[in-house]
Design a protein around this ligand. Structure first.
Ligand SMILES: [Zn+2]
Ligand SMILES: [Zn+2]
Length: 391
């Protein structure tokens, strides 16, 4: 385990013993907890394996006199419980800003080992108000996952259930995150003796830096797990059926509580956030719960009036265009818009667009000229008055 883990994790609390507890008491506490939390005794219980791992990890340090001394020293050096998870690391004295890459994917990438936690947990717990931000190794909430989905226009209007495939980092099932080949164990790093940091003296100063032999992990793996190549982590793919409610809109975000990454040490899972993109439709537009459609009509239809069959999203309606309808008039087909979850529906708003013919037959031209001669002026008198001012 890395020195970062040592700072973050209170192994005494894990085993439920005092910091001054003698070695035999620690051993007794460990045996009891190991029996209780052994996965074989808790089949099918998701948190059991993780609890067993944490207990074993705690005893691996406290059960070893030399390691326990180092652990005590390091925790007193870094303020033990007062130290926030992942906020600082050994070799980064207080006040030095943390590495931004730590904010994203901490634990899963750093050092190649699943150290867990990390500052992204701290951030997500601050923003979600969930537990898991404290210094003691309590249950930690899993990370949130964000993903994006493109829906067809009518699926978004009518609602749809789609399978969503998610790829997210997870703990390797073969080695349970240790990175070691099954049947073997990671060995304490001989260079840093498990501390994960080495100290270099330069004049009156001494500098701590991450151990190069173990990349700060504190252990080395002799035979790598074949499944994860020693990283302890694998990318896991899972498929989830997600229900998109009728009326979901472009740019909306759907939250699926508890469908994010699993929590650590019995903590709750994170949430899954699905960002919805809606593909445009070739006919219909959408404004809130109303659908929009543009229908071209001839000048004659606008003047004389007509009945039109126009499509809706799931059928067709007959639309009455009254005589003398001006261009740009919007007609409303009630209830033919987006049906919301409460059963209320928006309308279909139909914009009439009077089309001007680009070419006319000689006959049509004559007819139109006859029509023009008998038509009252368009009503530009108010403009003509202004034009006359300029001569
Ligand atoms: Zn593995
Ligand atoms: Zn080392």
């Amino acid at each position: 385990m890395s020195s970062k883990d040592w700072i973050e994790k209170d192994y005494y609390a894990v085993l439920g013993v005092a910091k001054t507890a003698p070695a035999d008491e620690i051993k007794k506490a460990y045996r009891k907890l190991a029996r209780e939390s052994h996965p074989d005794h808790n089949p099918g219980e998701p948190g059991a394996e993780e609890r067993f791992k944490v207990v074993s990890e705690a005893y691996a340090v406290l059960g070893d006199d030399a390691k326990r001394r180092e652990y005590d020293e390091m925790r007193s050096l870094f303020g033990s419980g007062a130290f926030r998870r992942g906020a600082r690391q050994p070799g980064q004295p207080g006040g030095v800003p943390f590495d931004v890459s730590d904010l994203f994917g901490a634990g899963s990438s750093g050092g190649g080992r699943f150290a867990g936690g990390g500052i992204s947990d701290l951030f997500s717990s601050i923003f979600s108000g969930g537990p898991g931000g404290g210094g003691a190794p309590g249950p930690a909430r899993g990370r949130d996952i964000e993903t994006e989905v493109a829906l067809d226009f009518d699926d978004a209007v009518q609602g749809v259930t789609l399978p969503l495939t998610l790829r997210a980092p997870g703990v390797c099932d073969t080695c349970h995150g240790s990175g070691a080949k099954p049947g073997t164990q990671p060995r304490t790093c001989p260079i840093c003796h498990g501390a994960g940091v080495t100290t270099r003296n330069q004049g009156a100063f001494s500098f701590s830096e991450p151990c190069r032999n173990c990349q700060g992990v504190g252990t080395v793996v002799d035979e790598k797990c074949p499944e994860c190549q020693g990283t302890g982590g694998v990318t896991k793919t899972r498929t989830l059926n997600v229900r998109f409610p009728a009326g979901v809109a472009d740019g909306q975000r759907i939250r699926l509580a508890g469908r994010g990454e699993p929590g650590e040490r019995g903590g709750p899972a994170g949430d899954l956030f699905v960002h919805v993109k809606v593909r445009p439709d070739e006919l219909f537009g959408r404004t809130g719960d109303d659908l929009t459609l543009t229908v071209p009509i001839t000048f004659a239809e606008a003047v004389l009036g007509t009945d039109l069959r126009v499509p809706t999203l799931d059928g067709a309606v007959t639309l009455r265009v009254p005589p003398g309808t001006p261009s740009g008039r919007i007609l409303r087909a009630r209830g033919k818009g987006v049906v919301r979850r409460d059963g209320q529906a928006g309308d279909l708003l139909i914009t009439l667009d009077v089309v001007v013919p680009a070419q006319l037959s000689a006959e049509a031209r004559t007819a139109l000229e006859t029509f023009a001669a008998q038509t009252p002026p368009a009503g530009r008198e108010h403009l003509d008055a202004r034009v006359r001012r300029f001569g």
